[in-house]
Ligand binder design. Sequence first.
Ligand code: AMP
Length: 213
Amino acid sequence: MRIILLGPPGAGKGTQARRLVERHGIVQLSTGDMLRAAVAADTPVGRQAKDVMARGQLVPDDVVVAIVADRIEEPDCAHGFILDGFPRTVGQAEALERMLREKGLGLDVVIELQVDEAALIERVETRVAESGGAVRADDNAEALHERLEVYRTQTAPLVAYYREAGRLASIDGMRPVDEVSAAIDEAITASAARPAGGDRNLRESGHADRRSA
Ligand code: AMP
């Protein structure tokens, strides 16, 4: 089972991904976690990503795509994975499609968590307050503002991209956590019931104009 969780920062992707890990026994691949680990270990990728992340901007596609390409080769990904925070641009989505196709694999479902922005800002402020201060370099009002803007301009186009491909399930992420989890499970069940070969192929072209947006 291969699932993408899509949604702005603070939408609950991490929480829902961890629940999916428990329920379905598949691994969570969070590019944010992988990049933070690279920063902490002071690797070349980490040094390249550190300031970009602190500002709330996106790490270049080629860097993130290479990390994901390596990670999905690991044996624990053989039974499936949940992508949390990837893809974040149409370029990344196209690269993912190519990677999976080369392995003869596809995506089961792309779950969009819909939330309202005022509530998101509150959620992130609560996260910071509950942790006794900013634990992440990008958990502050300025970086959050930038992350939301980046989401709107660079990541939100993926909603249309996956809708056109017939893979999108949009879920109200403002509901209580358990209800969101239940809605995600329903979407997964519905995707499993979908007739094989019934999907339209994801497009590899036609989005070039949005790539550098
Ligand atoms: P997250 O933990 O998913 O909110 O990611 C934290 C930060 O890591 C983001 O604000 C970006 O700077 C970077 N990042 C994570 N995933 C990606 C991605 N798929 N593409 C580019 N940058 C990413």
